[in-house]
Ligand binder design. Structure first.
Ligand code: AMP
Ligand code: GLY
Length: 429
């Protein structure tokens, strides 16, 4: 079996690790990959967003399965092109991926199908947006509708800040095409939770839930990032809550997409807010695995992901009620980021990893922005560098292991949070 994973981050390294576990004999490829994926798979040169080149390659190489990691190639229609060429591919079509690539599309779908979400209005006209902002309560969020690499949502404490954010997007075009349409959204209080489901468009299987840590610094301080760490499972995500998420979020959303003629096949990521009154609301959908959530989620799964990805990619139906085995213990992922991340990551520093960490059965050192010199020296090649994932009987144990391992991996300017999983640990204390 020949499998290609498209992408080159920690999520893709973790996907390859999970595929390798399920299929020890398979030939694995990654495009473009990183220094870590090169140990599990053959890295292929190219860009994850080069749809024509990947389509030509996949046709020529006759891959049995292509798994698309990041959102950009999904939004560009990589799945549509591969499917048209007869290549089994896991991921949604461009039309279905609009659930992430257009927040305006997602909001209108949710509103039409009664999916709980923050009240928002969509604008392309600045004056209309300013009038709406003037008539609504602070705080507000101003969001670019299109893909903005996780930086498109601005929390505005005051109306004045919201006006400035709207002008930045609609007048100054600071977010380019992604901000030609914006949402002005109600601010929701509560605790965030990520719930991901694998789906054939109709049936779905929910994965162990996770919690991301988006801020750069301990105590959820500092600027927003792509994600500085994650853990799974999350005790507040009880079976009852997950049943509500299935009934109120995944069910109606997938039905809505099917009815619109754009059925969704792949992994659907619901970013939720659990509100103080016990209700839930969708903050955003993603059309892919989360990064770094995938690293923690895949580490607690007992295996069995590959058969489901293949079934979905080949156009089959999942057995209704399919369940993955219960999470095995807990996993905590600590992201090591480059100096200057997220604004101006500094690349090139040499990375030193103690050998015993590589051999520890409770640790997975998933690579993200890494590259190896010809002499094997590992170097920083991206903003997020490594996703140090540890398993343990519970979140405390996994968090200690992950933090201690992160502490021992050295490179100049290294940044990481020492409090990943703090909410869960505080709940248990
Ligand atoms: P988004 O780009 O929509 O995923 O938003 C990025 C982050 O902004 C989320 O993960 C939340 O932390 C925060 N956020 C987004 N929308 C809201 C909202 N309506 N209320 C409170 N926080 C939000
Ligand atoms: N960690 C958040 C995301 O993958 O979108």
């Amino acid at each position: 079996m020949k499998i290609l994973v498209v992408g080159g981050g920690g999520r893709e390294h973790a996907l390859l690790w999970a595929l390798r576990r399920d299929a020890p004999q398979a030939s694995l490829f990654c495009l473009p990959g990183n220094a870590g994926t090169a140990r599990l798979a053959t890295n292929l040169p190219g860009r994850a967003t080069d749809v024509p080149a990947i389509t030509r390659l996949a046709t020529a190489e006759r891959f049995d399965l292509v798994v698309v990691g990041p959102e950009a190639p999904l939004a560009l229609g990589l799945v549509d092109q591969l499917a048209a060429a007869g290549v089994p591919v896991f991921g949604p079509t461009a039309a279905a991926a609009r659930i992430e690539s257009s927040k305006a599309f997602a909001k209108s779908l949710m509103n039409r199908h009664g999916v709980p979400t923050a009240t928002a209005r969509t604008f392309t006209d600045l004056d209309a947006a300013l009038r709406y902002i003037g008539a609504h309560e602070e705080p507000l969020l101003v969001k670019a509708s299109g893909l903005a690499a996780g930086k498109g949502a601005i929390v505005c404490r005051t109306r004045a800040e919201a006006r400035a954010a709207a002008a930045l997007m609609l007048r100054d075009r600071s977010f380019g095409e992604a901000g030609h349409e914006i949402l002005v959204e109600e601010f929701l209080e509560g605790e965030e939770l990520s719930v991901l489901a694998l789906t054939d468009g109709e049936h779905f299987a929910v994965l162990p839930p996770a919690q991301d840590h988006k801020r750069l610094l301990d105590g959820d301080a500092g600027p927003n990032t792509g994600g500085m760490g994650a853990y799974s499972p999350v005790s507040i995500a009880t079976d009852r809550l997950l049943a509500d998420v299935a009934a109120e979020v995944f069910g109606p959303t997938l039905r809505g997409l099917s009815e619109a003629g754009t059925p969704y096949r792949g992994v659907l990521y619901a970013g939720l807010m659990l509100r103080p009154d016990g209700s839930l609301a969708v903050i955003e959908f993603n059309c892919r695995f989360g990064d770094p959530e995938a690293q923690a989620i895949l580490a607690v799964l007992p295996g069995g992901v590959l058969p489901v990805l293949r079934m979905i990619a080949e156009g089959g139906w999942m057995p209704p009620g399919h369940r993955f085995g219960d999470a095995r213990g807990a996993a905590v992922t600590t992201v090591l980021a480059a100096e200057g991340y997220p604004e101006h990551p500094k690349l090139g520093a040499a990375i030193a990893i103690p050998a015993d960490l590589e051999d520890d059965p409770h640790l997975h050192l998933f690579h993200a922005g890494t590259a190896a010199d010809s002499d094997g020296t590992l170097r920083v090649a991206g903003g997020r560098v490594l996703a140090v994932t540890a398993t343990g009987a519970g979140v405390e144990e996994a968090a200690d292991r992950s933090r201690e391992a992160a502490e021992r991996i050295a490179f100049e300017g290294r940044q990481f949070r020492r409090d990943i999983g703090w909410r869960e640990i505080a709940r248990r204390a």
